[in-house]
Design a protein around this ligand. Structure first.
Ligand code: HEM
Length: 965
């Protein structure tokens, strides 16, 4: 057992990692102090006799499978602390403690659990050698981005993922150099390492992540877990369990305030600018926050406690936690003043929804655009609506974090960190000394002593300090001094990132290139997304292109236009952030059955910005730039006085009868253009719509708001207008990697001759795909099909792809490649795959079913409540509803529905009916006969249009001149 009193013989003390943040003692000599003369070079520490400490021969067994949550039959409208039941189809998805998902099968050297190795089972190069070799000589700062955005990145990271490492009976593992403990995967340090040789280090210790079974409790392949919920639900403020939340809440507060610091050793911290609480203020079981004794300062004051265990890791991060805790406390105060009758739980839940909405908006409006640039934001449906609700919630999207994302993609933030944290006064002059990361890890002094501004000056400083640029380099403070105790070297975060990826069995960069639709590289020069000089370095490091680690190649790529990430990371981040948005039933913009805010509340939240949060919650804050993630020199981003920044209009939360139930406006978006001719016969708009509903349902919504026509080469084409978020089609299909695999890209035909068609229809293909699940199409140059603007005749997993030259304005199609996501890739046959389209006549109606009565809130006939019954299908194409007693069709009853669609079912809320009561309904669905008894993804968009949307539809229709029947 290590304790803080232990000392090393010659005054030298040091640390060894027991887990990611906890340390034990390992003795070595201190580095020379300036003026103390040259320090003797120590012989490398000889590995300790391994027998001297306990080394299990067997790997740690996976933790037991967590129990299934018991989810209610009604829809809850608040975040549960542990994230359970957010996903209506499977309440385990997104729950704290579930395994990270995999986008590609694990790549373990033994196929099961041992860290990835190189091709031919050869050693991969030492992660430390990669880290030092790839380092750029010059440290470069971003010309326009601030360090605020970087620390925000860390803050939301800690809202999304926390991967625990093995912890044997609360004691961690001793991973000292030379150990053969299978729970360790230490990084080898080369004997000539410029830095670590000074201390005679031969390794950087790394404890492996805790092994867990997969979500179905299979233990054959090692998985790793996320201790927290992946949702952007402000878990950093509220924690990830009810117990934790209860402990963070101030029990003496009747309005649900969170605890703030009580102990101020230096007597500072005025009451209106409180700090985080200290660990002594919570139950002892919550005291194991990450806060290593050898590094934490001041030693006589306990660490802070926040919603996330890593809150103390650096003062800027702790300041961000402080800001959001203050926001919560301000919100509950203001809400309770507005609604004297609200109980504590309602105040807390409502404040949490608002805080989460702020976190979501800042992330998707200010953070992600800088990371991904406009093309990827659009491609993955990450842009936020400017007005109205968004109808993109889809329960088939799984918010769970992927291993690739958490071990590589999001760790791109490590390259952006500026290790110098300046402190700014309210006038943005200097207020106190600049903090250096390497001496500030786990240091709470800067937040406790307010003579230098506490969290206030640190956060203001972040709005001025430049971020570093994205490259294959991280600051020295992280590369050599990570968590170093005074006068010593620490660890290397870049090495740890690489090593972590390997021990999680994350496949190589090349595999993810293919996953993202880029070309599989055969040689290093095929890594065309990586600049030549870095390509050469990689070639010097790795023996084989298939060995290259995802992280190092990802941070070496050239940025996509307008963003920071390269194409592979932008694609992987696009997938994950789309899952976090479309897979979150409580996403703040959700409309219809999943609405969390009234239109007025949503509008109020849209007006509320991070700048105002800073104005509202920092001491003596007078001005700030509109986007704190960008420098004030960026056009339109000069500082503005706080009073000019719109405040949060909490009036929208005043309880009353007048809450408007429906969107005041629905933002609409257009589908692609579709040919409106068949065998030279012109189809009506309704015929085109019906055909699309039957054959390409993802490309169109069921309830169109309007349509437009045009003529190309003498032939009619139409496109439809749908509620924003209700068009499901995407060039990057949402596929579950555990259910199938992508086949190779195929290019059967090339546009040529008079017709210039590209016919990639399934029946004309040599297909190896068994059980196609999804289709992906791009041009030979890699542009996703729907982004080309060309018009397609076929584009579905059952029919394949067909582009006809005559449908295009220039008379020719580009050359496309097609690939399928399949249950299995079989052997090549000349026959069409077994899954040929079902004849469209083969539809059946399910039985009529009623699962709810209009008592309580109303009548809720959700599809998710019946999917497990026999006779329900994966993709119903139609819904019908009627009253239970008299069989009056729903559309004739005069009731107003918040949901009535084949993807969600029916929802009628009593409160919004003129009579205050809904009828009792039963529903049935029309399904493809081949599709009975699968799971149904839930999306919701108004298929029964509320009155104001009806009005909007009429406006649109009259604008178009014609209306779809
Ligand atoms: C400011 C200084 C930062 C420090 C000292 C730091 C330190 C660390 C450490 C020690 C780990 C665990 C490494 C391992 O053993 O695998 C880690 C993980 C991680 N970091 Fe950072 N980090 C910082 C900033 C950031 C930023 C800015 C981002 C993103 C924008 C980020 C994203 C991540 C992610 C995604 C993980 C994996 C988390 C998990 O799943 O547990 N970090 N970081």
């Amino acid at each position: 057992e290590i304790n803080a009193q232990q000392r090393c013989p010659e005054g030298g003390s040091s640390v060894t990692l027991f887990d990611r943040f906890q340390f034990g003692l390992q003795c070595r000599n201190p580095l020379p102090q300036p003026g103390t003369g040259p320090r003797p070079i120590l012989p490398p520490t000889t590995p300790p006799p391994v027998e001297s400490f306990f080394v299990p021969l067997e790997p740690d067994p996976p933790a037991p499978c967590p129990p299934k949550p018991n989810c209610p039959k009604t829809i809850e409208r608040f975040y549960r602390p542990d994230g359970s039941c957010n996903n209506l189809l499977d309440g385990r998805k997104g729950k704290a403690g579930q395994p990270h998902k995999r986008l590609l099968p694990a790549d373990y050297s033994d196929g099961k659990a041992l860290p990835r190795r190189g091709q031919g089972n050869r050693d991969l190069p030492s992660a430390r050698i990669i880290s030092t070799t790839m380092k750029e000589v010059v440290r470069r700062e971003s010309p326009d981005k601030t360090n605020f955005g970087v620390i925000w990145g860390q803050f939301i990271t800690h809202d999304i993922t926390d991967t625990p490492v093995i912890d044997r009976e609360g004691r961690g593992i001793d991973c000292r150099c030379g150990t053969r403990d299978p729970g360790c995967h230490n990084v080898d340090v080369p004997f000539n390492d410029r830095f670590f040789v000074e201390e005679g280090r031969t390794c950087l210790p790394l404890v492996r992540s805790q092994p867990v079974p997969d979500i179905e409790c299979n233990t054959d392949v090692r998985q790793t877990k996320n201790d927290i919920t992946p949702y952007l639900d402000a878990g950093t403020v509220y924690g990830h369990s009810q117990f934790q939340l209860d402990e963070l809440l101030d029990k003496t507060s009747p309005i649900g305030e969170l605890k703030t610091g009580q102990l101020h050793p230096h007597g500072f911290s005025p009451p209106h600018a409180p700090s985080l609480p200290l660990v002594t203020q919570v139950h002892s079981s919550l005291r194991d926050v990450a806060c290593p004794f050898g590094v934490h300062k001041p030693q006589n004051v306990p660490c802070f406690v926040g919603g996330d265990v890593r809150a103390n890791e650096n003062p800027a991060l702790a300041s961000m936690h402080t800001l959001l805790v203050r926001l919560h406390n301000k919100l509950v105060k203001d809400l309770s003043n507005l609604n004297r009758n609200w109980d504590k739980t309602r105040l807390i839940n409502t404040a949490r929804l608002i805080v989460s909405a702020v976190v979501q908006r800042v992330t998707y409006k200010q953070f992600l655009p800088e990371l991904l640039g406009p093309t990827y934001m659009k491609r993955f449906d990450l842009e936020l609506n400017e007005e109205g609700y968004w109808y993109g919630y889809d329960s088939s999207y799984d918010a769970t974090t992927s291993n690739a994302f958490i071990t590589a993609v999001l760790r791109v933030g490590h390259t952006l960190v500026n290790p110098e944290l300046s402190r700014s006064s309210p006038n943005f002059g200097t207020q106190g000394t600049t903090l250096n990361l390497k001496t500030s890890f786990f240091d709470s002094n800067p937040l406790l002593t307010t003579d230098q501004g506490g969290a206030n000056s640190i956060l203001r400083g972040l709005t001025k300090d430049a971020a570093e640029i994205m490259d294959s380099t991280i600051a020295d403070d992280l590369q050599n001094f990570l968590f170093a105790p005074q006068d010593f070297l620490g660890s290397d975060l870049l090495s740890l990132n690489l090593q972590r990826g390997r021990e999680h069995g994350v496949p190589s960069y090349n595999a993810f290139r293919v996953f993202c639709g880029l070309k599989r590289a055969r040689r290093f020069s095929d890594f065309t997304e990586i600049p030549r000089n870095r390509q050469r370095k990689l070639e010097g490091l790795y023996r084989n292109v298939d060995d290259v680690d995802l992280y190092i190649a990802g941070i070496s790529e050239t940025s996509v236009p307008g963003g920071l990430l390269g194409p592979t990371f932008a694609c992987l981040a696009g997938y994950q952030f789309r899952d976090l948005k479309k897979g979150d039933r409580l996403w703040h913009e959700n409309g219809g059955a999943f609405t969390v805010f009234t239109p007025a509340q949503l509008e109020a939240i849209r007006q509320y910005t991070l700048s105002k949060v800073l104005c509202d919650n920092l001491n003596d804050m007078r001005s700030v730039q509109p986007n704190p993630f960008l420098q004030t020199t960026v056009r339109g981003n000069s500082r503005v006085p706080c009073y000019q920044i719109p405040q949060l209009n909490l009036e929208a939360w005043r309880s009353g009868e007048s809450e408007p139930p429906f969107p005041e406006s629905v933002k609409h978006e257009f589908t692609s253009w579709f040919p409106a001719t068949h065998d030279d016969k012109t189809l009506t708009c309704t015929q085109v719509h019906n055909e699309l509903l039957a054959n390409r349902p993802d490309d169109v919504c069921s309830q169109v708001l309007g349509f437009e026509e045009r003529t190309v080469n003498g032939k009619k084409q139409v496109r439809f207008s749908c509620a924003a978020g209700s068009i499901r089609a995407t060039d990057y299909p949402n596929v579950d990697a555990s259910k199938g695999v992508w086949g190779d890209w195929e290019d059967i035909s090339t546009p040529s001759g008079r017709k210039q068609d590209d016919d990639e229809s399934l029946d004309s293909q040599t297909s190896t795909c068994e059980g196609p699940i999804a289709i992906q199409v791009h041009t030979l140059g890699g542009t996703p099909a729907r982004e080309t603007g060309e018009v397609f005749r076929k584009f579905s997993v059952t029919a394949g792809f067909l582009c006809m030259g005559n449908d295009q304005r220039n008379g020719r199609c580009q050359d496309y490649q097609v690939r399928y996501f399949c249950k299995k890739i079989g052997r090549s046959t000349r026959n069409p795959p077994p899954n040929t389209p079902a004849p469209s006549s083969a539809f059946v109606w399910t039985n009529w079913l009623s699962v709810d009565r209009p008592s309580g809130d109303g009548d809720q006939e959700y599809l998710f409540n019946v999917v497990s019954r026999n006779g329900f299908c994966r993709h119903p194409v139609q819904i019908e509803a009627r009253t239970v007693r008299s069989h009056i069709p729903a559309s004739f009853t005069g009731d107003i529905f918040t949901a009535f669609s084949h993807t969600i079912g029916l929802e009628c809320r009593n409160i919004i009916q003129p009579s205050r009561r809904c009828n009792d309904y039963e529903v049935r669905y029309r399904c493809r006969s081949t599709d009975i008894n699968g799971l149904v993804p839930l999306r919701d968009f108004p298929s029964f249009l509320p009155p104001d949307v009806q009005r909007r539809k009429q406006e649109l229709c009259s604008g178009f001149g014609v209306c779809c029947a």
